[in-house]
Design a protein around this ligand. Structure first.
Ligand code: HEM
Length: 186
């Protein structure tokens, strides 16, 4: 006896399956964004970045007072050194089983650019910061203190690999630490 017939006998309903009963060919075929009415973000053809909600650009968004002299900028290896540190930080964090899930489906092109600008600006290495403030940038990511610690460990490793002196590493971390109150949500 077919399963439909058996069920029909039990429930007293028609044995003919309706279109709604038909299973989709494959779960991958479903465009959940479309089903949900969510807009697809399209990457900018020049920058490769995805659009974000409108925000007011201001250097206050950076979340820390920049250093005055150029000692930290030099210790970090100037803009080239900061770029290498940020690239490595993102690479380590995307492959870190403790936090990699948080980075999935996020705009890593934009993150690399704005994180570089942020550290460069704070270190007084000659950049301006054009990104969002830390609260807006991390809204809804559900970041915990443990996530924060994992990211800081990755940053320390990236700086160590670039031979940034320990004292300079700590100077930068001291500027970033207070941002935790705007980043941590859980
Ligand atoms: C002091 C620590 C941190 C700093 C300085 C920082 C800095 C930034 C910056 C500059 C942005 C981009 C802003 C923009 O798009 O306008 C950003 C976004 C992001 N951050 Fe952080 N972050 C920190 C901690 C963390 C932690 C702990 C995680 C997760 C473990 C994290 C995950 C992310 C993700 C996934 C985005 C992209 C969000 C999106 O594109 O909507 N961040 N962060």
């Amino acid at each position: 006896m077919s399963i439909f017939l058996a069920l029909a006998l039990i429930t007293g309903q028609s044995a003919t399956p309706t279109p709604q009963d038909a299973l989709p060919q494959s779960a991958e075929a479903i465009d959940w964004d479309k089903e949900f009415g969510a807009e697809k973000r399209v990457a900018d053809t020049v920058t490769g970045e995805l659009p974000v909600d409108a925000y007011v650009q201001s250097e206050d968004n950076v979340g820390a007072k920049p250093f005055q002299g150029d000692a930290l900028a030099r210790a970090l290896g100037g803009q080239a050194g900061i770029k290498a540190i940020v690239e490595r930080l993102v690479e380590l964090s995307k492959a870190d089983p403790r936090i990699e899930a948080i980075f999935q489906n996020q705009d890593m092109v934009r993150l690399r650019r704005t994180l570089f600008e942020q550290i460069c600006f704070i270190a007084n290495a000659g950049c301006s910061y054009t990104g969002r403030d830390m609260k807006a940038a991390h809204k809804g990511l559900g970041i915990t203190r443990a996530d924060m610690n994992a990211l800081v460990e990755n940053l320390q490793r990236a700086m160590r690999e670039q031979r940034v002196p320990f004292a300079a590493q700590n100077r930068l971390l001291a500027k970033l630490a207070p941002m935790e109150r705007d980043i941590q949500e859980r």
